[in-house]
Design a protein around this ligand. Structure first.
Ligand code: SF4
Length: 677
């Protein structure tokens, strides 16, 4: 039997797959050749998805902690007892501190609708704290929205029509692999492919031209491009006059951002900045493709707000294939009734407090937080590997007075600290619909096999929790089909199930802003933003160097800037790195250092070093690499504590300062020292 589904991972590609089932057992997962985007190809990690489903290490029964927190000493417990204990501890937290002392913590471990949104009904009805989930993409959307009034941008498949493709801070060949054939098709038709990235990635290696600015200096590079466009009369003045506000102020503002000034900030040649701006201002259609990653700086939201100004200056939105391509997830919004799925109307006391997920470590350790975090339920997330400032989280999760529940497939670094671990299904064991943010098709996901062991889906977990808590609103117990029907009121679910995917609405001529109308207050591209002024931010695109960056006081103690990129073919975020045929074949963690810095430090390739700052210390071998510039080191992230000598991971070092606005976090504004171990 062949069963159709959709990959749920935190990846833009949301590939369609087919599961071969024999006698109730899945024997193969392969790409669905008919899928309009992934066209039959998955990726090296998901080609072995069944390693994950049938791993001997899977959690298949509820577990209760019997050792100290973090020791991963558990004993099996039956579901009824586990639910009774959780309900008792949640009621106790509510009695002592109120419902906001209970904190839900989840992210994109499974991106499907029920997996991410159905649990919100329970939290809303309970009156628990809300979580601001802005580790990555939402910050990009917030930035672009300040310029366009929306995060809606170009369908990346439209890049095939471009004749200049600038891949800015995105490693397409690794993290968005199914878009690469489109890039190659554009190149075959005459397009030039430019990559701008602080790392010499596999995508940079495949580009026609690669520019490697210092991390976090992208805003300065944009400002200098604007300077050249204006100075050299490469601006599409008619389009700017008709469809933007604030041009005269912007022109005056960037007059001081000469290529020479930006070159000094970015570590680039001024001539290259002039050449980049000249190409961008003269080649049509010109597209900028970005995704996520560059928002991980204090000025991350400002970068995307600034980047969004560039297509306006050259009138790129006029052309098919021109403009800015980023996440396309918001194009599905008209089809998804989020309120029907999450039911904010169930909240007993209005809007509860909102906590930023990036500050988990701070929140768990803050003696002044009122109410304190008394109980935490983690699903779809592994913050002990993925969230910045992991050592602060470790201290918080070790608190004796904190009650922690994890719904997980494996005993992750986070689950090791739980009081109760509950077994979670994988994608082939549960019904769902999976939206995409790299393409324009919703994907159906049919369960292919029964849940393994006693595992339950996210939606079933929250139905059980609601029952255990004595909650009564009928919607808390909606079955999956009913909840999906509410979430997708205009979608023919039977047809979606039959086909496996449905395209979401997008302009037929491929040009979302062909008429120059933008949903801002002014109806135009806001080169000057009154919204930002209201937030106490600069009205115009403005470069501010991060507090924790080169040249700061901290740099005297910690002279290297640390990047924690995705680098591996066989694992994704913190998933798969613990599986032998995945992380095992990637060979273990390492720090990349350029030859000149290695020589200066007196360290050799393969030598053990400690990468450290005042947050943590990570022992890793050196990989001398031309991927990083002098002054920059990189530890590809995703390895668990067990892969490091002292249990600390790449994010033990990273900065949890928030972006200036937009709710994101400055992972990449992290300074470290390196010393021989
Ligand atoms: S992780 Fe991404 S590329 Fe791999 S199968 Fe899933 S959606 Fe496709």
């Amino acid at each position: 039997m062949l069963v159709h589904g959709t990959c749920p991972h935190d990846c833009p590609d949301s590939c369609g797959w087919q599961v071969t089932v024999e006698g109730g057992h899945a024997v193969q997962v392969r790409g669905n050749p008919a899928h309009p985007y992934s066209a039959g190809e998955l990726c090296p990690k998901v080609n072995r998805f069944l390693d994950r489903v049938y791993s001997p290490d899977r959690v298949l029964t509820p577990l209760r902690r019997v050792g100290t927190k973090g020791s991963a000493e558990f004993e099996p417990i039956d579901w009824e007892d586990a639910l009774a204990l959780i309900a008792e501890r949640f009621r106790d937290a509510i009695a002592r501190h109120g419902p906001e002392s209970i904190v839900p913590y989840s992210d994109a471990g499974n991106q499907s609708l029920l997996a991410t949104m159905f649990p919100e009904r329970f939290w809303n009805a309970l009156g628990a704290s809300r979580l601001l989930r802005a580790l990555c993409g939402p910050t990009v959307g917030a930035g672009v929205s300040m310029t366009y009034g929306t995060g809606l941008c170009l369908d990346p498949l439209e890049l095939v029509h471009a004749r200049l493709v600038v891949l800015w801070g995105t490693n397409t060949k690794l993290t968005n692999r199914h878009l690469w054939p489109t890039i190659e098709a554009a190149r075959s038709a005459g397009a030039r492919i430019v990559v701008i990235d602080p790392l010499r990635t596999v995508t940079a290696e495949a580009a026609d031209w690669f520019l490697q600015p210092l991390p976090g200096t992208d805003v300065a590079l944009c400002l200098a491009m604007m300077h050249v466009l204006i100075r050299d009369r490469l601006v599409d003045q008619a389009w700017v006059d008709a469809h933007t506000v604030g041009y005269a102020e912007l022109a005056a503002h960037v007059a001081e951002w000469t290529p020479e000034r930006a070159a000094a900030v970015c570590g680039l040649d001024a001539a290259d900045i002039v050449e980049l701006a000249t190409q961008y201002g003269t080649v049509r259609p010109a597209a900028i493709r970005t995704l996520i990653g560059a928002e991980h700086h204090e000025n991350g939201a400002m970068f995307y707000r600034t980047l969004a100004c560039l297509p306006a200056l050259v009138g790129a939105w006029r052309d098919r294939g021109g403009g800015l391509a980023r996440s396309v997830g918001s194009w599905a919004d008209p089809l998804i009734d989020g309120a029907a799925l999450t039911r904010p109307d169930l909240r007993p006391n209005g809007i509860p407090r909102q906590l930023n997920m990036s500050h988990l470590g701070r929140l768990l350790n803050d003696p002044t937080l009122d109410p304190p975090v008394a109980a935490l339920l983690v699903w779809n997330a592994n913050p002990m590997v993925s969230t910045p400032n992991v050592e602060a989280i470790r201290r918080g999760l070790s608190r004796d007075d904190l009650f922690t529940v994890c719904h997980e497939q494996f005993l992750t670094d986070t689950a090791r600290f739980a009081d109760i671990v509950l077994p979670a299904t994988t994608q082939i064991e549960a019904l769902d619909v999976t939206p995409a943010w790299g393409h324009l098709w919703l994907g159906w996901n049919e369960p292919a096999i029964e849940p393994c062991g006693e595992a339950v889906s996210n939606s079933e977990l929250f139905r059980r929790l609601a029952r255990a808590m004595g909650m009564t609103d009928p919607c808390l117990f909606d079955d999956d089909a009913t909840a999906l029907a509410a979430a997708l009121p205009t979608v023919d679910l039977a047809a979606l199930r039959q086909t496996g995917w449905q395209r979401v609405p997008y302009p037929a001529d491929g040009r979302p802003y062909a008429d120059g109308a933008f949903p801002t207050v002014s109806g135009k591209v806001e080169l000057r933003s009154e919204q930002l002024v209201a937030l106490g931010q600069p009205a115009l695109p403005t470069f501010v160097a991060p507090f924790e960056g080169p040249g700061s006081a901290r740099a005297e103690r910690f002279p290297f800037q640390l990047l924690t990129p995705k680098h591996h073919q066989r694992f994704l975020n913190s998933g798969y790195s613990h599986l032998p045929a995945h992380g095992g074949r990637e060979g273990g963690p390492f720090v990349e250092i350029c030859p000149a810095d290695a020589a200066r430090l007196g360290v050799a390739d393969g030598q053990a070093v400690e990468v450290f700052n005042d947050r943590g210390c990570v022992p890793v071998p050196v990989r001398i690499s031309a991927r990083v510039r002098p002054g920059v080191v990189a530890i590809p992230w995703g390895w668990w504590g067990r892969h490091h000598g002292n249990g600390q991971v790449a994010n033990s070092l990273t900065n949890d300062t928030l972006t200036e606005w937009g709710g994101g976090v400055a992972y990449s504004d992290t300074l470290v020292g390196v010393r021989p171990a």
